[in-house]
Design a protein around this ligand. Sequence first.
Ligand code: PXP
Length: 250
Amino acid sequence: MSALHLGVNIDHVATLRQARYATMPESKNAEPDPLAIASICERAGAHGITAHLRADRRHMIDRDIERLRESVITKLNLEIGNTPEIVDITLRIVPDEVCLVPEKREEITTEGGLDLIAHRKELTPTVKRLQAAGVRVSMFIDPVREQIDAAAELGAEIVELHTGKLANAFTEKFKRFELDRLRDAAVRAANLNLQVNAGHGINYTNIAQIHKIPHLTELNIGHSIVARSVFVGFEIAVREMLRLMENYRG
Ligand code: PXP
């Protein structure tokens, strides 16, 4: 089993910039620059950079994604909602991977997984267009059997299992319940030859639970690394997470 990979979601670096500079995107003072942080993550050993271009551009803006495409040397994973505008931008930029996520304007962060069964009709052409452009397609889904089967039927290469419920489970009973769901989902996805990623809510503590999920290839982690970086800087925050991901048994 090869090492568990880390994709660092740097959206909240842009969140910080936008808190001050949303109305002055061209300002020479606009900081912090997500591009500079992406290269620090790569230097620290991250295996990829993840960013979400939201319809409301609340953090990443188009120019960020264009610049990331030019400078990321590991792998650029773009999270997108399946809307014509964002899909067109994605096809122009051609990230290495796309993770299709549900997107509601009101939510603070992505809340549940994408419902592949409800949206199968609109997803089918998007998956085909992305793959024709050479992009590997991932789907962010709840760890539910029907969703995994639907991801395979849609021809996705990757599923990213939503770990948010496990991350927020604080009783042993609830933790065990969520872990069992994630384990079963990972086994089912691997049996269908899907690459299995996981993400949402993973932090320096609950990463111990993530080790109990089999077949994982990559974790996408954002908030906890950005939060930790406030105390120790980004390079150390990434290195600390990578250290906690070592010795994954798969
Ligand atoms: N994976 C997906 C699909 C997401 O939407 C997010 C949040 O943007 C993450 C991973 C990272 O989640 P967190 O910020 O909670 O680590």
